[in-house]
Design a protein around this ligand. Structure first.
Ligand SMILES: Nc1ncnc2c1ncn2[C@@H]1O[C@H](COP(=O)(O)OP(=O)(O)O)[C@@H](O)[C@H]1O
Ligand SMILES: [Mg+2]
Length: 194
């Protein structure tokens, strides 16, 4: 039975975890499960998996983040798919760097990202880095660099309900749709860069 690995990527604060959790729930509902070969979808949050399983080489104190060991992370993900015989939803802002079948790149208005990251009390350097990454399409560009034989679907979540975003993703993966180049934050939000 073919198994599918779907990466949900995007700048921190874009809504990956919120969307991924509802996506897994909906995909595992019975009528959807049948379409996917009756195999359940397993959810992996990369940040949690890296911490819990020590899939890092070092900790970056200044940015309060871990330097991920990609080899270990890839092995971890592949082991799950082999041993549990499940489809996977991998949630994380580096999930597009893994070997997956489908990459969903979530986008969101940079002003909204800024406010969400402020609410998280991130260090100002980390907020700036992430807001600029959203404006400059960093996750999308990295995705396209890593997209040989991968379906890429970019989706603007701004002012959308989580439910409607999830429905669009299910439609996209079901029909193997690809779409990207849908936002241009740089023209409208250049003032946020300095
Ligand atoms: N479509 C949406 N509409 C409104 N709020 C959202 C939406 N998606 C996410 N959020 C909110 O934005 C914040 C960040 O979402 P989260 O899923 O944690 O992002 P990420 O996992 O990408 O860092 C959370 O407070 C979440 O409730
Ligand atoms: Mg998250």
């Amino acid at each position: 039975m073919v198994k599918i690995k779907i990466a949900i990527t995007g700048t921190p604060g874009v809504g990956k975890s919120t969307v991924s959790k509802l996506l897994v729930k909906k995909l595992n509902e019975s009528d959807n499960a049948e379409r996917w070969g009756c195999q359940n979808f397993e959810y992996i949050n990369i940040t949690d998996a890296v911490k819990e399983n020590k899939l890092y080489s070092e900790k970056d104190e200044e940015m309060d983040s871990y330097v991920v060991d990609f080899q270990k992370l890839n092995d971890y993900v592949n082991n799950i798919i082999k041993s549990k015989s499940k489809n996977l939803i991998v949630d994380g802002h580096i999930s597009h760097l893994l070997k997956v079948d489908y990459i969903v790149v979530l986008r969101c208005n940079p002003e909204i990202i800024l406010n969400r990251l402020k609410e998280r009390n991130y260090h100002k350097n980390k907020i700036k880095e992430n807001v600029e990454a959203e404006i400059l399409d960093v996750c999308l560009v990295e995705t396209l660099e890593n997209s040989d034989n991968v379906y890429v679907y970019e989706l603007d979540t701004t002012n959308r309900t989580v439910e409607s975003i999830v429905d669009e993703i299910i439609d996209a993966i079901t029909h193997k749709k690809t779409k990207y180049g849908i936002v241009n934050w740089l023209d409208d939000y250049f003032y946020m860069m300095d």
